[in-house]
Design a protein around this ligand. Structure first.
Ligand SMILES: Cc1cc2nc3c(=O)[nH]c(=O)nc-3n(C[C@H](O)[C@H](O)[C@H](O)COP(=O)(O)O)c2cc1C
Length: 166
Protein backbone atom coordinates (compact mmCIF):
# COMPACT_ATOMS: atom_id res chain seq x y z
CA UNK A 1 0.00 0.00 0.00
CA UNK A 2 1.50 3.34 -1.10
CA UNK A 3 1.55 6.14 1.47
CA UNK A 4 1.23 9.88 0.90
CA UNK A 5 3.48 10.48 3.92
CA UNK A 6 6.85 8.83 3.21
CA UNK A 7 8.28 9.72 6.64
CA UNK A 8 5.37 8.07 8.47
CA UNK A 9 5.55 5.07 6.15
CA UNK A 10 9.27 4.66 6.77
CA UNK A 11 8.69 4.88 10.53
CA UNK A 12 6.07 2.14 10.21
CA UNK A 13 8.36 -0.03 8.07
CA UNK A 14 11.33 0.27 10.44
CA UNK A 15 9.11 -0.37 13.46
CA UNK A 16 7.91 -3.58 11.81
CA UNK A 17 11.51 -4.62 11.04
CA UNK A 18 12.05 -4.29 14.83
CA UNK A 19 15.84 -3.91 14.98
CA UNK A 20 17.96 -5.53 17.66
CA UNK A 21 19.50 -3.01 20.05
CA UNK A 22 23.10 -2.39 21.03
CA UNK A 23 24.90 -0.30 23.61
CA UNK A 24 27.86 1.54 22.10
CA UNK A 25 30.61 2.66 24.47
CA UNK A 26 33.78 4.64 24.00
CA UNK A 27 36.29 6.70 25.98
CA UNK A 28 38.69 9.58 25.55
CA UNK A 29 41.21 10.98 27.99
CA UNK A 30 39.85 8.78 30.82
CA UNK A 31 36.23 9.79 30.24
CA UNK A 32 33.91 6.85 29.45
CA UNK A 33 30.71 7.38 27.48
CA UNK A 34 28.00 5.24 25.96
CA UNK A 35 24.41 5.14 24.76
CA UNK A 36 21.70 2.80 23.48
CA UNK A 37 21.94 2.47 19.68
CA UNK A 38 19.36 1.09 17.29
CA UNK A 39 21.08 2.35 14.13
CA UNK A 40 23.85 -0.19 13.49
CA UNK A 41 24.81 -2.78 10.89
CA UNK A 42 27.61 -4.84 9.46
CA UNK A 43 28.42 -3.02 6.21
CA UNK A 44 31.19 -5.11 4.57
CA UNK A 45 32.20 -8.79 4.67
CA UNK A 46 35.69 -8.64 3.12
CA UNK A 47 37.20 -6.72 4.75
CA UNK A 48 34.99 -6.77 7.84
CA UNK A 49 33.36 -3.45 8.52
CA UNK A 50 30.59 -2.41 10.91
CA UNK A 51 28.78 0.94 11.05
CA UNK A 52 26.99 2.68 13.91
CA UNK A 53 25.11 5.95 13.68
CA UNK A 54 25.40 8.39 16.58
CA UNK A 55 23.15 11.37 17.22
CA UNK A 56 25.05 14.65 17.18
CA UNK A 57 23.04 15.62 20.29
CA UNK A 58 24.63 12.85 22.36
CA UNK A 59 27.51 12.96 24.83
CA UNK A 60 28.61 9.65 23.27
CA UNK A 61 28.95 11.31 19.86
CA UNK A 62 31.19 14.05 21.21
CA UNK A 63 33.47 11.57 23.00
CA UNK A 64 33.44 9.22 19.96
CA UNK A 65 34.69 12.02 17.71
CA UNK A 66 37.85 12.17 19.85
CA UNK A 67 38.21 8.43 20.54
CA UNK A 68 40.11 5.79 18.56
CA UNK A 69 37.88 2.81 19.41
CA UNK A 70 34.20 2.05 20.04
CA UNK A 71 32.65 -1.09 21.57
CA UNK A 72 29.34 -2.45 20.29
CA UNK A 73 27.52 -4.61 22.89
CA UNK A 74 24.55 -6.70 21.74
CA UNK A 75 21.75 -6.40 24.29
CA UNK A 76 19.77 -9.46 25.39
CA UNK A 77 16.05 -9.42 26.19
CA UNK A 78 16.79 -9.74 29.91
CA UNK A 79 18.91 -6.57 29.93
CA UNK A 80 16.07 -4.07 29.58
CA UNK A 81 17.21 -2.19 32.71
CA UNK A 82 20.67 -1.62 31.27
CA UNK A 83 19.21 -0.54 27.91
CA UNK A 84 16.90 1.91 29.69
CA UNK A 85 19.82 3.29 31.69
CA UNK A 86 22.03 3.88 28.62
CA UNK A 87 19.10 5.11 26.53
CA UNK A 88 17.48 7.52 28.94
CA UNK A 89 20.32 8.99 31.01
CA UNK A 90 22.90 11.27 29.43
CA UNK A 91 26.60 11.60 30.16
CA UNK A 92 26.02 15.35 30.05
CA UNK A 93 24.35 15.01 33.47
CA UNK A 94 25.44 11.76 35.11
CA UNK A 95 28.28 9.25 35.12
CA UNK A 96 26.46 6.31 33.54
CA UNK A 97 29.27 3.93 34.45
CA UNK A 98 29.14 4.60 38.21
CA UNK A 99 28.03 1.45 40.00
CA UNK A 100 28.32 -0.71 36.87
CA UNK A 101 30.81 -3.55 36.45
CA UNK A 102 33.05 -2.70 33.52
CA UNK A 103 36.66 -3.01 32.48
CA UNK A 104 38.92 -1.69 29.73
CA UNK A 105 39.00 -3.44 26.36
CA UNK A 106 41.16 -2.84 23.29
CA UNK A 107 42.19 0.79 23.05
CA UNK A 108 40.88 1.43 26.60
CA UNK A 109 37.24 1.28 25.52
CA UNK A 110 34.85 0.42 28.41
CA UNK A 111 33.41 -3.12 28.21
CA UNK A 112 30.24 -3.83 30.18
CA UNK A 113 30.49 -7.12 32.11
CA UNK A 114 26.72 -7.69 31.87
CA UNK A 115 26.89 -7.76 28.04
CA UNK A 116 29.42 -10.44 27.00
CA UNK A 117 28.38 -10.55 23.30
CA UNK A 118 30.28 -7.61 21.83
CA UNK A 119 33.15 -6.39 19.72
CA UNK A 120 35.60 -3.53 19.79
CA UNK A 121 36.21 -1.66 16.56
CA UNK A 122 38.87 0.79 15.53
CA UNK A 123 37.36 3.96 14.14
CA UNK A 124 38.05 4.05 10.41
CA UNK A 125 35.82 6.77 8.99
CA UNK A 126 33.20 9.25 10.11
CA UNK A 127 30.57 10.02 7.49
CA UNK A 128 28.50 13.14 8.12
CA UNK A 129 25.76 13.62 5.53
CA UNK A 130 24.24 16.58 7.35
CA UNK A 131 21.55 14.59 9.18
CA UNK A 132 21.01 14.35 12.92
CA UNK A 133 22.97 11.07 13.08
CA UNK A 134 26.56 10.60 11.88
CA UNK A 135 27.92 7.28 10.60
CA UNK A 136 31.02 5.85 12.28
CA UNK A 137 32.61 2.97 10.33
CA UNK A 138 34.51 0.46 12.47
CA UNK A 139 37.21 -2.11 11.77
CA UNK A 140 36.54 -4.87 14.36
CA UNK A 141 39.71 -5.71 16.32
CA UNK A 142 38.41 -7.97 19.12
CA UNK A 143 35.19 -9.98 19.20
CA UNK A 144 33.60 -11.81 22.17
CA UNK A 145 30.86 -14.37 21.55
CA UNK A 146 29.41 -15.72 24.78
CA UNK A 147 26.68 -17.98 23.45
CA UNK A 148 23.23 -17.65 21.99
CA UNK A 149 20.92 -14.89 23.20
CA UNK A 150 17.53 -13.48 22.40
CA UNK A 151 18.05 -9.86 21.33
CA UNK A 152 16.29 -6.96 22.98
CA UNK A 153 14.46 -5.22 20.15
CA UNK A 154 12.99 -1.78 19.54
CA UNK A 155 9.51 -3.07 20.42
CA UNK A 156 10.84 -4.01 23.88
CA UNK A 157 11.82 -0.45 24.85
CA UNK A 158 8.63 1.51 24.08
CA UNK A 159 8.83 2.79 27.65
CA UNK A 160 12.32 4.33 27.29
CA UNK A 161 12.47 8.08 26.65
CA UNK A 162 15.82 9.03 25.03
CA UNK A 163 18.10 11.20 27.17
CA UNK A 164 18.51 13.51 24.19
CA UNK A 165 15.86 13.99 21.52
CA UNK A 166 17.38 13.10 18.10
C1 LIG B 1 15.12 2.72 21.24
C2 LIG B 1 16.22 3.75 21.20
C3 LIG B 1 17.13 3.72 20.13
C4 LIG B 1 18.16 4.68 20.07
N1 LIG B 1 19.03 4.64 19.01
C5 LIG B 1 20.05 5.55 18.96
C6 LIG B 1 21.01 5.49 17.90
O1 LIG B 1 20.94 4.66 17.00
N2 LIG B 1 22.04 6.38 17.92
C7 LIG B 1 22.15 7.32 18.92
O2 LIG B 1 23.12 8.10 18.90
N3 LIG B 1 21.24 7.41 19.93
C8 LIG B 1 20.21 6.55 19.97
N4 LIG B 1 19.30 6.61 20.98
C9 LIG B 1 19.34 7.73 21.93
C10 LIG B 1 20.40 7.63 23.03
O3 LIG B 1 20.59 6.31 23.48
C11 LIG B 1 19.96 8.52 24.23
O4 LIG B 1 19.63 9.83 23.79
C12 LIG B 1 21.00 8.59 25.32
O5 LIG B 1 20.39 9.08 26.50
C13 LIG B 1 22.18 9.48 24.95
O6 LIG B 1 23.14 9.43 25.99
P1 LIG B 1 24.48 10.28 25.96
O7 LIG B 1 24.08 11.74 25.86
O8 LIG B 1 25.17 9.95 27.24
O9 LIG B 1 25.26 9.84 24.76
C14 LIG B 1 18.28 5.67 21.08
C15 LIG B 1 17.38 5.67 22.16
C16 LIG B 1 16.36 4.73 22.22
C17 LIG B 1 15.40 4.76 23.39
Amino acid sequence: MASTDPAAALAELTARADSALTIVTTAHDGEPSGCLVGFHSQCSIEPWRYAVWLSTANHTYRVARLADHLAVHFVAAGDHDLAAHFGSATGDEVDKFAGLAWGPGAGGVPLLKRLPNRFVGRKLEVLDTGGDHVCVVLDPVTVDVAGTFTPLRLSGVDDVVPGHPA
